[in-house]
Ligand binder design. Sequence first.
Ligand code: NAI
Length: 332
Amino acid sequence: MDATTITVTGAGGQIGYALLFRIASGALLGPDRSVRLRLLEIPQGLRSAEGAALELQDCAFPLLQSVDITDDARTAFDGANLALLVGARPRTAGMERADLLAANAGIFGPQGAALNEVAASDIRVVVVGNPANTNALIAAASAPDIPGDRFAALTRLDHDRALAQLAQATDASVTDIRGIAIWGNHSATQFPDVDHATVAGRPAREVLAERLGGAEAAATWLDDEFVPRVAKRGAEIISVRGSSSAASAANAAISHLRDSVAGTDGTSAAVLSRGEYGVPEGLYSSFPVTSDGSGYRIVEGLDLDDRARSRIDASVAELVAERDAVRELGLL
Ligand code: NAI
């Protein structure tokens, strides 16, 4: 059986631990595809990745051909078909935004360059490590021979959070909902948008108005509860769980790559802008997307009202500021 080489960076961390077993069990590529796992860690994380590899062995997954662990990016990405860039430098107390961006540029720049040199020609990359959109921009800029649309940053977790919140509010099943979109940055400025969403075929706003007592009440719920709940869900998870989302982030990363490869009629991902919806060309910003299996394409032609426009503009302004900060540091 042909095998797909999948590289996971930060494999010794908590998202890595939630990712590896599901990938090895076939959740990403299905039951007919063997996988070779490559785990990239920094030296301090190698033991943890080695421990996960021992447990992978103990699962005796029929689809898992091999597991290799390394702290060398070129070795990790050699021949990679899919890469999940999870390992990143977290913000620590007293760290300024510029320091955070610079530290991560120091990770994602060299990893992009290594991908450029040694990855397989069909490589697809999803950046999970934060600040994910700007890290994707840096990795892609460091990989001039890989088309920019092979890189994306993960906003699928935000998308799935929005889906679940809308399903709960409308007492619907998540499978009844279509057309949710996350726009902008994977940060608190993101815009989770239901303006083109439907619930069992009916406009989501109409269903919300019916349940909440009118269009105005629905609009208030969207602005005061839905948008902040989704955008700040990461902080809510930390406050309740005591550590950041791991299993749901891993699930979203798997769903992102699976749908990119297998195809989907609608989800969200932070992909390369070519100027769609006025988002400056070259930024990695979240959009509603589809895939026919060859990678994500932005859904075009949606009408945006003033509310949507100003929220998207605010989040995109943050992406521009991040890009400019990285440029000023001479890292882009
Ligand atoms: P963690 O701290 O448990 O694990 C991170 C791992 O990355 C550590 O084992 C560390 O040794 C490793 N690492 C650090 N630098 C590395 C490098 N240069 N190369 C390879 N490995 C490296 O963190 P966790 O919880 O697994 O989260 C990882 C990242 O994912 C964080 O940046 C977090 O903010 C982000 N995240 C993104 C989400 C999204 O929706 N885009 C959702 C949740 C988390």
